[in-house]
Each structure stands twice: as structure tokens, then as C-alpha cells.
Write a protein that binds this ligand. Structure first.
Ligand code: ZN
Length: 558
């Protein structure tokens, strides 16, 4: 069904909750494993329907943030969804305690039971008012960011449309663009500080109410960290500081020489070539069409996937005024299809949508036929492997998108991925500090960020920028506000995508076979287990990064 034709009605929460409770009643007195499973599927179907409706509202609201109807619907769900969490949690308690556990584990997998355990540990009815406040704060942050109107050459631009100028080949232009960007954050610093401070205190209180020492362990439960601990992350962080930061620094030194500048400034961030970064050729419509051509040639699976997306209007990728910023892939479970939201702006970021977001969507499409809903509950460190690796798997088609600057794009892609690892790890360490010491003031938090920047990004120079030089850069990072502890998953996934990059350059076919297998495994097994089954190493292993760095170093100079 075409997205525009999908019917929408507001979810009637009292009715859904009553229906769910009736199912829970039956689930708690199931007479056999088979019956338990049948009731389970019924419960999931109901939740899928709710999810489909609020996702439709969410997408339509993001398509036009001034649409009062869908904006109202979104606020309604912000307020009501936590009530549904309570019912879901009640159901999970029943399922978790089922006398047919063994049968059910065989049916829906051990990962599902571990996830339930983590979820139950981090949720209680008593948290609902705080969770509602947390949701409202997240919306307040997103709204503030989306409300930015920057006057640029007689035009009013939002932050995502500014990005193009922040990476302009003309150094003065990009400095001016960065100044305007930073100006918005400086102007709104008091509110940005207030929102974050309230969030940290709110989350800390939630954690303490459930007996956690602070929000870190609770945050890990909420991110569904079912197969690694903060000690593993700590070890990973040390590896990155010792072997990966030096690689990134060498890469930045090369970049500096290539740009021909005396020092790398903050407004050189994301700029790789003096003549400007390779930008896609053609109109947004042509870029999408190149995507279709590429996926048609890549494999039968990718061809069918892309055609299905186009036919059903499951892309909203062209930039428009009043559209929410950012990009994401989501799913409409009633229809078994993914949806991709983005803002094309004429930079290589547009191609990332065709590669990265389509990687997510392709995986969703491949596993969309799986009747076990739990297999779709993919933890992020796995989900981002699907997307980040797809970015590399599409490398052979980049001529289509970048013409004679294909090679430049490929260098930029690799360098940008290398740049990300220290940054992503820093974002994660910052949050560990924030939630370990929730009493820090906004000024002290900024000081911590500045300190980390010197460790992870020693090449960076903010000159006299009144906002960034004082440690405010993180306040533009949506995940730090709205998705605590999410970022390390990107680091873990990028590390695995590097393995695929190395592998595909040696044997594309074998690497692709492994990738398809990983996509199909979805969330049926634990992260380390799935990696090993698909012939990949696990990033927490000793020496993992030494090996990756050695191979990447060669590619940098190739
Ligand atoms: Zn992603």
C-alpha cells in the first residue's frame, strides 16, 4: 500500500489497554506451550497495530512540523505511550514466568528472554510520571533544534540545510556558516543547559528509584545491552585511545596537507578537499534513480527491495521547509515495510541516505517475513552494522553518484569513518562522566567535554569561537540529549563495518554472503555469537584495533 493511502486513526488507549489485559488474562492461564505461543502472537499483533498508527503520525508530523493535527497526535503519544509500556511490561512478566519457558525459548529465542529481563529491571509503574517528563524534555530539545531559522544570503535556513555551507570549499564561507550555526547554540545556551540538566536529574532519579547506583546501569538496560558490559566498553575505549586516535591524527595530518592550511580549524571539520568535497551529481530525483540502478545491479534481493520502496512511496527524502531535521529508517509493522525519512541537501550526505538508511531498510525488508516479532528487536550495535557496511558494499557504484570525483569520495568515506571512531567513543565517555557525577553544573560538563576533546581529537582548534571553544559542541548532538548511551553502538558497528571493508576488497562475493547471513540472523542470537557465526571478529577482543589499524593504514595510503 502507498504511504499516502495508509489510513490513520488515533489509537484509543483505554480500548487497547482493555484488550491487552484480556489477552494477558488468557496468557497467564495457557494450558500448553502451543497455546502460549498462539496468545503471544496475538498480543504482538495488537502492539504492532498501535506501533503502525503512531509511526504513521510521527512520519507525517516530521514531514511538516507546522502540521497542527499530526503535531498534536505526536504530543498525545508522548503522553500516552508510557501507559502502554506498563501493560507491555505486565504481559512480559507473565510471559517471563510461563511454565512453558523452554518451548517459548525455542520459538522466540533466548535473546528475547534476556531482553525481557533487562526491560523489567529498568521499568516500574512508579516511573511513569518521570518518563512522561523525560519524553516531553526530549521533544522540547528536538523542537528547539528544528525551530532554528538562520538567515543566509536572504534565505531562512534550518540547521540541516546550513550543513552544505559549513562544508563549502571557500574557507571564509564555511567559517561564516559555522559562526551562524554556533550563534544559534550560543543564543539558546541557557535553554539547552536547562533541558539537559533536567534530563540528567530526571534519569538519575529514575535509576535511584529502582535501586541502581546511577543512570549508567539503567541506561545499559534500556539500550538492551544483552551481551556486553561497561567493563568491556572501558577496555574498548582504552584500545581506541592508544591505537586508534594516533591513526586518526595521522589521517588528519594528511588532510591538513591536502587542504594546504596551516592548522585545522573547527570550520575545516568534515572538509576533505581544497576544491570542495565531492558532491553528488544530478538532482535529488536523479540521485534516487541512481540508487535504483545500483540496487538493481547489486543483487536480486536488493533490486526487489528498492522497487518495492519506490512503488509504495516509502521514501520521504527531499528537503523542504518545515520538515524535521535529521534522517531515520523506521518500520510500519502492519504492512511489513520500512520507511526512510531524510533531508537531501546537495551534499554527499544524500548518498549516505541511499546507502546507510537503505542498509537498515534492506535488512528490515529481508527479515520482514520473519513471523517472530522478537527477531526484529535488533540491538543497535548490530543494526548499525547493516547500514554502515552497506555504505562500503555500494563503493563499486560510486561513479554513478560522483562522476569523476569517485575516487575522492571513496577517500573521504574512509577518512570520515576513521574520524568517527574517536568522536563516537568520546561522546560515550562523556555520558559516563555525566551520569556518574550528575551533580556537575552545565559549566563543569562543558569543561569535561573540552578535556575529552584534547584526548580524542587533539588536532582540533576552535580558535575563539565563543561557544565551541568552551566545550559546547556536544549540545548539537541529538543523541546525547535524547538517546543516552546510544553512541558506542555506532563505534562497535563501524568497527565491524571496517572488517567488511577489508574483506570485500579481498573477496566481495564472500563478504556479501556473510552480510546477507548477518542481516537474516537479525536478532535471533547474541551480538558476539552472530559475528563469529558470520566469520567476523568481536571488537572487544584484545588486539582487535591493532589489526584493523594496520589494515586501514594501508588503505589510507593506497
Ligand atoms: Zn543508522
Amino acid at each position: 500500500m502507498k504511504f499516502s493511502e495508509m489510513p490513520y486513526t488515533r489509537v484509543d488507549f483505554p480500548a487497547v489497554i482493555a484488550q491487552a489485559q484480556e489477552i494477558i488474562q488468557r496468557a497467564s492461564s495457557a494450558k500448553s506451550g502451543e497455546e502460549q505461543f498462539e496468545i503471544h502472537q496475538e498480543f504482538n499483533k495488537l502492539m504492532d497495530h498501535v506501533r503502525t498508527l503512531y509511526t504513521i503520525a510521527h512520519i507525517r508530523r516530521d514531514g511538516d512540523v507546522t502540521n497542527e493535527f499530526y503535531d498534536g497526535e505526536k504530543s498525545y503519544y508522548d503522553e500516552k505511550l508510557p501507559e502502554l509500556n506498563a501493560v507491555t511490561n505486565e504481559y512480559k512478566k507473565v510471559l517471563f514466568a510461563t511454565p512453558y519457558r523452554q518451548y517459548m525459548e525455542e520459538k522466540i529465542g533466548p535473546v528475547a528472554f534476556k531482553s525481557m529481563e533487562l526491560e523489567m529491571k529498568s521499568f516500574d509503574d512508579s516511573l511513569i510520571p518521570l518518563m512522561q517528563e523525560e519524553n516531553a524534555l526530549a521533544s522540547r530539545y528536538s523542537k528547539l533544534i528544528a525551530s532554528a531559522k538562520i538567515m543566509w544570503e536572504g534565505e531562512e535556513l534550518n540547521l540541516s540545510l546550513m550543513r552544505k555551507y559549513m562544508r563549502s570549499q571557500d574557507r571564509n564561507t564555511r567559517k561564516k556558516a559555522w559562526d551562524a550555526f554556533s550563534g544559534f547554540f550560543e543564543e539558546n545556551q541557557a535553554e539547552l543547559d536547562e533541558i539537559y540538566d533536567l534530563m540528567v536529574k530526571n534519569r538519575t532519579k529514575q535509576a535511584q528509584m529502582l535501586g541502581f547506583e546511577n543512570y549508567i546501569d539503567m541506561g545499559y538496560c534500556r539500550m538492551n545491552r544483552n551481551s556486553y558490559t561497561k567493563e568491556d566498553v572501558q577496555k574498548l575505549r582504552e584500545q581506541i585511545k592508544t591505537v586508534f586516535v594516533p591513526l586518526a591524527s595521522r589521517m588528519h595530518k594528511n588532510r591538513q596537507a591536502r587542504l594546504g592550511v596551516d592548522a585545522l580549524r573547527y570550520y575545516d571539520m568534515g572538509v576533505y578537499f581544497p576544491q570542495g568535497d565531492p558532491a553528488p551529481i544530478g538532482t535529488p530525483e536523479e540521485i534516487l534513480e541512481s540508487g535504483r540502478k545500483m540496487y538493481t545491479e547489486m543483487s536480486d534481493e536488493t533490486r526487489d527491495f528498492f522497487n518495492m520502496m519506490m512503488e509504495n512511496e516509502l521514501f520521504d527524502v527531499f528537503g523542504r521547509k518545515n520538515k524535521a531535521t535529521g534522517g531515520y529508517m523506521t518500520e510500519l509493522p502492519d504492512y511489513g515495510v520500512p520507511f526512510i525519512f531524510a533531508n537531501f541537501n546537495g551534499t554527499s550526505g544524500d548518498v549516505d541516505v541511499i546507502t546507510h538508511e537503505c542498509g537498515h531498510a534492506f535488512q528490515g525488508y529481508l527479515s520482514g517475513q520473519d513471523p517472530i516479532m522478537e527477531h526484529a528487536d535488533i540491538t543497535m550495535e548490530t543494526a548499525e552494522i547493516h547500514s554502515m557496511s552497506m555504505e562500503f558494499f555500494t563503493d563499486p557504484w560510486m561513479k554513478e553518484f560522483f562522476g569523476d570525483r569517485e575516487k575522492d569520495f571513496l577517500s573521504m568515506q574512509l577518512e570520515d569513518a576513521i574520524r568517527f571512531i574517536p568522536y563516537g567513543t568520546m561522546v560515550d565517555e562523556f555520558q559516563h562522566i555525566v551520569y556518574e557525577t550528575p551533580e556537575l553544573t552545565p559549566q563543569e560538563r562543558r569543561r569535561e567535554w573540552s578535556r575529552l576533546e584534547k584526548i580524542y581529537m587533539p588536532h582540533l582548534d576552535y580558535e575563539e569561537d565563543p561557544f565551541f571553544s568552551k566545550g559546547g559542541f556536544w549540545q548539537k548532538q541529538q543523541h546525547i540529549y535524547n538517546s543516552p548511551f546510544y553512541y558506542i553502538d555506532y563505534v562497535l558497528a563501524q568497527s565491524c563495518a571496517f572488517q567488511y571493508k577489508v574483506w570485500m576488497d579481498e573477496d566481495y562475493k564472500e563478504a556479501w554472503k556473510s552480510y546477507l547471513a548477518l542481516c537474516r540472523l537479525s536478532a535471533s542470537k547474541f551480538y558476539p555469537e552472530m559475528l563469529r557465526e558470520c566469520g567476523l571478529k568481536v571488537p572487544f577482543e584484545d588486539g582487535y584495533f591493532e589489526e584493523i589499524v594496520e589494515k586501514l593504514e594501508k588503505k589510507l595510503h593506497a
